[in-house]
Design a protein around this ligand. Structure first.
Ligand code: GAP
Length: 450
């Protein structure tokens, strides 16, 4: 990291807190490592991300089935999936200061090649041991080993265990997919980089079931769709890179994985993943549960175990990639203006409505009418009459509001009758203003929300 990138991360994080996107988890108690709380604008941004994902991958498709499975699942699910035995990271502990690190995140020692030094106090670190990242808890009133359950580390399993239910209820033809948005939990050894690596996060995942011979075709299809979606929501595509994961680094269930990496302010890191999970999950859950999860193929009149293509998206990493893509600064009249150039479809607030002066009842009344009209149409509309108009623009720029709508004396037709019932619409990125009839506002804004 260098000074500039460090600085950018700091600016994004401070804006996110100041303006109500993301707060430290349990902040008044000193926080809890690896947890963050989303404020009103963060929730709106996340909802827009999830809506855009649902629209592209689920609601516009006739072969997708969305589920919302319980976070707590029978622990046998995680034994069968291989997570109890193998969902671990290599942990090293400093014998002196007792700090713990993920071994692969500590650089090799320059003094003693073949060893690693504690990044905190410089002492030589001991040998690594495997640390399971699943959070375990107890279910029910009696606490013994049979009551141990886990907070799910990925949403995927909730779809595999409901595969037969969906087939029995809907009789879909192959290929078809299941989708789920929900929380996942990982006891990361070193949570870091704001909401990039956290212990509680949200995933948007698809398990797409195909005939074994078709997997490459659908892998390519989802690779393209994932890239399209990133562009549609406004992720800076110049910063997105595809990484073909080397065979020796593949997860235990995968035969091929592409990581979509993003140039975050702290470096190039995984944003989303696309995996070919073969029949690993349906096969192991068939054996683990003794329930036949094969699919009766009408064409070949035989039973097959479908293979799975899994596009996996993190909501929190989407938020961070969007904040990093949208953050912009410009110098104007000796002042720095910072703004978030979100696409209107993804911006937490589509437009802000203000009366030019808040002590003029006629302006306020007209502005309230315009606000009510837009609010009931778009929902994501803010009333803003705080401070002078320049301050309101700065504030709305910082939260990425594409348009500020001002009701002024011209709206009332006081100075120029031809402007009556028009408002000033000010554009966030250019600062330019134009007059739009109130009657055209909804259609003008709607046309931009693509
Ligand atoms: N079902 C496959 C799976 O879970 P993964 O690569 O471990 O694969 C998928 O996770 C996505 O979930 C990642 O690409 C990332 O966007 C998000 N993710 C994973 N761990 C995360 C963490 N600790 N904090 C925030 N997001 C995380």
């Amino acid at each position: 990291m260098n000074e500039t990138t460090d600085n950018l991360m700091e600016k994004i994080q401070s804006l996110a807190k100041r303006r109500g996107f993301i707060y430290q988890g349990s902040e008044i108690y000193g926080g809890l490592a690896g947890t963050w709380d989303y404020g009103p604008l963060g929730v709106a941004l996340k909802n827009n991300i999830k809506d855009a994902w649902r629209k592209k991958f689920v609601s516009s498709k006739s072969d997708m089935y969305e589920v919302d499975a319980a976070i707590l699942m029978n622990p046998k699910v995680w034994e069968t999936s291989g997570h109890v035995a193998g969902f671990s990271d290599p942990l090293v502990e400093c014998p002196k200061c007792k700090n713990r690190f993920r071994e692969d995140q500590v650089e090799d020692s320059k003094k003693n090649p073949g060893t690693k030094d504690c990044p905190n106090c410089g002492t030589t670190l001991g040998a690594a041991r495997q640390f399971n990242m699943m959070f375990a808890t107890q279910i029910g009133a009696v606490q013994d080993s049979s009551s141990t359950v886990y907070l799910r580390p990925e949403t995927a399993a909730g779809m595999f265990v409901n595969f037969k239910n969906v087939i029995d209820s809907f009789h879909p033809k192959l290929p078809f997919g299941m989708a789920q948005i929900g929380k996942a939990f990982r006891n990361e050894i070193t949570p870091r980089d704001f909401v990039f690596r956290v212990r509680e996060f949200e995933q948007m995942e698809i398990e797409y079931f195909v005939k074994p011979e078709d997997w490459q075709k659908y892998f390519e299809y989802f690779k393209d769709s994932m890239l399209e979606w990133m562009e549609e929501v406004g992720i800076d595509m110049q910063k997105v890179h595809e990484l073909e994961v080397a065979k020796e680094d593949l997860a235990h269930y995968s035969d091929r994985t592409i990581d979509f990496e993003f140039d975050f302010p702290f470096g190039r890191k995984e944003l989303f993943g696309l995996a070919y999970r073969k029949d690993f999950d349906l096969g192991s859950h068939s054996r683990g549960s003794s329930v036949d999860l094969s699919y009766q193929d009408e064409e070949s009149k035989s039973k097959i175990l479908p293979h799975v293509i899994e596009p996996s998206f993190g909501v929190d990493r989407s938020v961070l990639a969007l904040l990093s893509s949208a953050y912009a600064e410009e110098e104007k009249e000796g002042e720095t203006r910072s703004y978030l150039k979100f696409k209107p479809s993804i911006a937490p607030v589509i437009c802000a409505v203000s009366p030019l002066l808040k002590n003029k009842p006629a302006l306020v009344e007209k502005a309230q009418y315009v606000y009510g009209m837009l609010k009931s149409e778009f929902g994501r509309v803010m009333w803003d009459d705080n401070g002078n108009i320049g301050k309101r623009y700065r504030r709305q720029d910082e939260i990425g509001t594409p348009w500020c709508i001002v009701i002024d004396f011209d709206t009332l037709g006081e100075d120029n009758a031809s402007f009556k019932d028009t408002v000033t619409v000010r554009d966030r990125d250019t600062g330019s203003q134009k007059r739009v009839p109130i009657a055209d506002l909804i259609t003008t804004i709607r046309a931009e929300l693509v």
